[in-house]
Design a protein around this ligand. Structure first.
Ligand code: PGA
Length: 259
């Protein structure tokens, strides 16, 4: 069966253990069978990972929003091994909000390698800051992918989150149009095939992030062709996030009944 992947990127929105527990119990109240075919992951602030992992939720995989390839004298940083030691099973790598703080392509590459070394599944974020009328954003994405994935261990799992920076943190009306997403999705799949070979590229989930809300989730999935979403602000409110999960499940059903 085709699968969906929806990752809540809590950023700093869900910020205390109490809020995290409430969020999890609202989702848990739906029951483990509520979203068949939809994998749900939560990218949490470091401080919340141990508490979430301790819940051992059968519905939710817990991960980090970033990890550092550094060890030792780096005040304030958290390594992949440290995140793993408190229960992270995946990590976002190269989110645009971190790139904006100075995370270079070289750092993104190193952090991705550090995640792989700890067997954390990397969710690699790529995305252009603006769309270019001559299509330069395609080359930009190709360069980001090529730089981060050189020497990629083909036995590892990988998720690509395409997040156009200009569409992040707004509302559904400002998100990418499904037809544009479809075009970029095909381009990313082609680029991954060139870098990793078809057999490996076909195992990679490509998800979309940037103002995903309940209003646009269905069309982005059905017309955009992506496997799921990285959801920021709309993941902070459990009910909104649950609505998005329901739409993901529903679009799977639609696909099935058309066959
Ligand atoms: P947004 O954030 O859904 O608030 O646009 C997405 C992200 O930055 O991962």
């Amino acid at each position: 069966m085709q699968k969906r992947l929806v990752i809540a990127n809590w950023k700093m929105y869900v910020s205390t253990p109490k809020e995290a527990a409430q969020w999890m119990s609202q989702l848990g109240a739906k029951g483990t069978a509520a979203f068949p075919g939809v994998d749900v992951w939560v990218a949490a602030p470091y401080t919340l990972i141990p508490g979430l992992a301790a819940l051992k939720s059968p519905m939710v995989k817990v991960g980090a929003q970033a990890v550092s390839a550094n060890t030792g004298a780096h005040t304030g940083e958290v390594s992949a091994a440290m995140a793993k030691s408190v229960g992270a099973t995946f990590t976002i790598v190269g989110h645009s909000e971190r790139r904006a703080q100075g995370e270079s392509d070289a750092a993104v590459y190193a952090n991705l390698q550090a995640a792989l070394a700890q067997k954390l599944i990397p969710v690699l974020c790529v995305g252009e800051s603006e769309r270019d009328p001559n299509g330069a954003h395609f080359e930009y994405i190709e360069n980001q992918l090529t730089s981060a994935l050189r020497g990629f261990n083909k036995a590892s799992k990988l998720v690509i989150a395409y997040e156009p920076v200009w569409a992040i943190g707004k509302s559904a009306g400002d998100a990418m149009k499904p037809a544009d997403l479809q075009e970029m999705h095909i381009f990313i799949r082609k680029t991954l095939t060139a870098i990793l070979g078809r057999a490996v590229a076909d195992t990679v989930s490509i998800i979309y992030g940037g103002s995903v809300e309940a209003e646009n989730a269905a069309s982005l999935l059905e017309e955009g062709g992506v496997s799921g979403f990285l959801v920021g602000h709309a993941s902070a409110t459990p009910n909104t996030f649950i609505d998005i999960l329901s739409l993901c499940k529903k679009t799977l059903r639609v696909k099935k009944s058309k066959k």
